[in-house]
Design a protein around this ligand. Structure first.
Ligand code: MV4
Length: 445
């Protein structure tokens, strides 16, 4: 087992990792930018190293500085959390070359899954259901038009380097193709320095359901059931839950089997997520594979009663997975509380939290790094906390969430709490009747 882990991240996830390390008897090193001097991850870690000024590019994304911090503190492993360097193949490689265990995927895995067209080709070959589409990249506009005719409109063109919806366009008919083809390629080139595009049949009003997986270095893999992440806005998840209200035991079995097949096909090591689109007929299609711990891992932890960060660290150290089957017996919901103004197009609202009161009681979990007096810096993402409820049924988990949101007071900055209060009362949400289009028509009161 590792002696000392450096956490190459900030905020709630840095704290989350430090807590598990402490429980495992592993020493911890925090790194921080000058904007995060007063952060709890700095105070709770055994050691802390300042790695630069506030901009991420000069601190949390600066690979040489993080390697140097490992060297001066003698850390033998790095936990990257989510975001920042968690899916950076170069960082994974450099850690390995310096004898530091990267608690995440290999550089080859990150590269293979980061290129969406090649990830899809790998999954298709392994027998994982994929959206019908172009076999590989599109050569040019003529090839795009020809392929779309075969697939039948509407189609979607997607950037192979994409993610978060960038470089992605729905095309409803041939006369729209040229315009979308050009703009998607331009956007992709600017964002990723790569304008490779592929095509898929457009799935209308899908649900976003993902499967948590784990694999060990001996070729074993298992899944830990699903998370429904359909409540999103501009590709930012707002609410996640497990079980999915759309799930059936038959669908869970089939999706779980497909996700394990995906993990085994690439000899996946560590914890990861296989994302699927699920259509109204409950047909499901591979979308992408995430090689990091995700923000919403918490709800899975609550329903399977298992620490996924601990699992991640143990797998990185060479442990075997138990080939156990996980069927959720409880219901968990997570609301992401962001420093954003829901009445102003979710505009970021950084600044000082002047007053803070957290809800509590049975079935409530809050993962956060903030406190009264904490200043939310404007440089990073706007998530303040994750409010999680767990109960016997979906109805109880929602009721508990309403109660928790009523008790939650954050003064000094605008937050998404009022949005979540309204969402929990929404009849369609309560019925579990939602797709990824839900937020397009949701009116904030
Ligand atoms: C799709 C799709 C419909 N059909 N692919 C969005 C993010 C990117 N990873 C894939 N995305 C989508 N791919 C086909 N063939 C619809 C989306 C999509 C979406 C997916 C999941 C969650 C929210 C979404 C919001 C808009 C579009």
């Amino acid at each position: 087992m590792f002696d000392k882990i450096l956490i190459a991240n900030r905020g709630e996830i840095a704290l989350r990792v430090i807590r598990t390390c402490k429980e495992m008897g592993i020493k911890t090193v925090a790194v921080y930018s000058t904007a995060d001097r007063d952060s709890l991850h700095v105070r709770f870690a055994d050691e802390a190293v300042c790695i630069g000024p506030p901009p991420s590019s000069e601190s949390y994304l600066d690979i040489p500085k993080i390697i140097a911090a490992c060297e001066i503190t003698n850390a033998d492993a790095v936990h990257p959390g989510y975001g920042f360097l968690s899916e950076n193949a170069q960082f994974s490689k450099i850690c390995g070359e310096n004898g530091i265990k990267f608690i995440g995927a290999s550089p080859e895995m990150i590269e293979g899954m980061g290129d969406k067209a090649s990830a899809k080709a790998t999954m298709e070959k392994a027998g994982v259901p994929c959206v019908p589409g172009s076999p590989g990249l599109l050569k040019d506009l003529a090839h795009a038009k020809e392929t779309a005719k075969k697939i039948v409109y509407p189609v979607m063109i997607k950037a192979t380097a994409g993610g978060g919806g960038k470089g992605m366009r729905v095309v409803w008919s041939e006369d729209e193709m040229e315009e979308h083809w050009n703009s998607a390629r331009q956007e992709s080139k600017a964002a990723f320095g790569n304008d490779g595009m592929y095509m898929e049949k457009f799935i209308e009003e899908p649900r976003h359901i993902e499967i948590q997986i784990a694999g060990d270095r001996y070729g074993n893999a298992c899944h830990m059931s699903e998370r429904d992440c359909s409540i999103q806005r501009r590709h930012q998840k707002l609410v996640e839950e497990v079980p999915s209200p759309f799930m059936t035991q038959k669908l869970r079995k089939a999706m779980g089997k497909a996700a394990v097949k995906a993990a085994k096909a690439v000899k996946y090591e560590g914890v990861g997520t296989v994302e699927f689109l699920v259509d109204k007929n409950r047909d499901f299609y591979f979308m992408e594979m995430n090689t990091r711990i995700q923000v919403e891992h918490t709800i899975t932890e609550e329903v399977i009663n298992y620490d996924l960060i601990k699992e991640q660290i143990k797998l990185a150290a060479g442990d075997k997975i138990e080939g156990k089957e996980y069927i959720p017996q409880l219901h968990a919901i997570q609301c992401r509380i962001n420093a954003e103004d829901p009445h102003n197009d979710f505009r970021p609202s950084p600044g000082k939290i002047t007053d803070y009161h957290e809800p509590g009681g049975h079935g409530i979990r809050i993962d956060t790094h903030v406190y009264a007096g904490y200043v939310i810096p404007p440089y990073y993402d706007s998530m303040i906390s994750k409010l999680i409820t767990v109960a016997q049924t979906r109805e109880e988990a929602i009721t508990k969430m309403e109660r928790a949101l009523e008790e939650y007071f954050i003064d000094g900055v605008k937050t998404t709490i009022p949005f979540h209060r309204q969402l929990m009362k929404d009849p369609e949400f309560r019925k579990g009747n939602f797709t990824t289009k839900f937020m397009d028509t949701f009116k904030i009161k």
